[in-house]
Design a binder for this molecule. Structure first.
Ligand code: ADP
Ligand code: MG
Length: 264
């Protein structure tokens, strides 16, 4: 089935990502679970937002819908002014390759490839040349302290290392939007610091980040925290700007608007 992007006739929103009354229900054996129950959220280009909430509150389900991995039961999802909730899997796959980085709660690394090839392939699929892909791979693996693991198979890595490879892979195509589901869930404190440094830089580069976390330190690197409870937004609050800058570090440069041109 071929399905084009429907142009947004009404909205002139400057939002990178917007949802309207998004819901998701799962039914099996006559039982329906309402995992997401009407979420409206807006994320601007270059914004860094954390989603927090108890286990089972619908965080992963929401993120999966925003990355096109689950189709909403009802409601709308708009990406850069284009309605995307009804897109085919193939169109979503294209969007993810080019514009969206996704870090899953389970890492989904390609097990028959080395760590380096997992990251390089994501860059190539995002449109990088071979040379650019190799440079990007080396830069990310170094930044995440994984140089020594470049030639290893993912299965030989610890959970924390696999999690960092998954993040490197998600960032390999320099996505305008990074969606990350608990990207520090398996990390020790030095791994968490490495990931936070990278996310802070990614944000300073103008890339938008929407991440699910249980870790208050990770959330405090964001500009805004959305609290999800029982599949609904219970709170959506900006954090004071000074919390963006870790102590002893210079302030990041102002965000450059991310360029996400779905139609270009
Ligand atoms: P969180 O990430 O906040 O822990 P989830 O989004 O994973 O929450 O799950 C929200 C609710 O939806 C839970 O009750 C969970 O059991 C249910 N759920 C999630 N995915 C499925 C699925 N594929 N089939 C049935 N129920 C699901
Ligand atoms: Mg989850």
């Amino acid at each position: 089935m071929r399905q084009g992007l429907r142009p947004d006739a009404v909205s002139t929103t400057p939002c990178l990502l917007r949802t309207r009354e998004v819901t998701k229900s799962f039914s099996s054996d006559g039982v329906t679970v309402r995992a997401v129950r009407g979420v409206d959220l807006a994320l601007h280009s270059g914004e860094f937002v954390a989603i927090m909430g108890p286990s089972g509150s619908g965080k992963s389900t929401l993120l999966h819908m925003l990355g096109g991995l689950e189709r909403p039961t009802s409601g709308e999802i708009w990406l850069d002014g284009t309605r995307v909730d009804g897109l085919s899997q193939a169109r979503w796959a294209m969007l993810r390759r080019r514009h969206i980085g996704f870090v899953f709660q389970v890492f989904n690394l390609l097990s028959n490839m080395t760590v380096a090839d997992n990251v390089e392939l994501a860059a190539l699929m995002g449109g990088a040349t071979r040379r650019q892909a190799r440079e990007r791979r080396d830069e990310l693996l170094t930044e995440l302290g994984l140089e020594a693991k470049a030639d290893a198979a993912p299965a030989r890595l610890s959970g924390g290392e696999q999690q960092r490879v998954a993040l490197a892979r998600a960032l390999a195509n320099r996505p305008s939007l990074l969606l990350a589901d608990e990207p520090t869930g398996s990390l020790d404190s030095s791994g968490t610091r490495a990931v936070l440094r990278l996310l802070t830089r990614v944000h300073a580069d103008g890339q938008a980040i929407l991440l699910v976390t249980h870790d208050g330190r990770v959330a405090s690197a964001a500009q805004r925290v959305i609290s999800l409870f029982d599949g609904m937004v219970a709170d959506d609050a900006p954090l004071p700007a000074e919390r963006l800058v870790p102590p002893g570090r210079p302030a990041p440069p102002p965000s450059v608007p991310a360029v996400l041109r779905l139609r270009g």
